[in-house]
Write a protein that binds this ligand. Structure first.
Ligand SMILES: [Cu+2]
Length: 161
């Protein structure tokens, strides 16, 4: 009689977590084309890019942070032209409204800054990146290291293959 009871307790403890993890993939959120640009050996920082979409019938998502084993920290950044100079500033969050796609790309605008790289980002490498949202469970994506131009083209061509 003791064993089945224990199994039952375990099940009730584990199930809520399992169902939550399941929901993440069912919520109307899509992360596409995650990539990072290669860094020279010894470079302190790197950057990662991706698309985040929310379906029309989904709910607003707020990206509040990210993490990866490749760097000590990840910050949400924005890069803008300010009186002729490109300047980066830290963002507290990136909001994605229903029906909207937020596109992070090299060359300007929002991006994910990998601060304190633990290893060089070499072309062809892949690494995990955890995206943290205010309203939902974190989403893990696999980031591919590609040249900035190859990244955009590969990202765009991804659907055709
Ligand atoms: Cu930055």
């Amino acid at each position: 009689m003791r064993l089945p009871l224990m199994a039952l307790c375990l099940a009730t403890v584990l199930l809520p977590g399992l169902s939550l993890a399941h929901e993440v993939r069912q919520v109307h959120l899509r992360v596409a084309h995650p990539f990072a640009t290669p860094t020279p050996p010894g470079a302190p920082h790197g950057a990662a890019y991706l698309d985040i979409s929310i379906d029309e019938d989904g709910e607003t998502a707020t990206l509040v942070g990210a993490s990866t084993p490749m760097s000590q920290g990840v910050e949400l950044h924005d890069m803008r032209l300010d009186e002729g100079t490109m300047r980066m500033r830290k963002l507290d969050e990136i909001v994605i409204e229903p029906g909207e796609t937020v596109t992070l790309r090299p060359g300007g605008g929002p991006h994910l800054m990998l601060l304190g790289l633990t290893s060089t980002l070499s072309e062809g490498d892949t690494f995990p990146l955890m995206l943290e949202f205010a309203e939902r469970e974190a989403v893990e994506v696999e980031v591919r290291v590609q040249e900035a131009n190859a990244g955009i083209e590969a990202a765009d061509g991804h659907h055709d293959h």
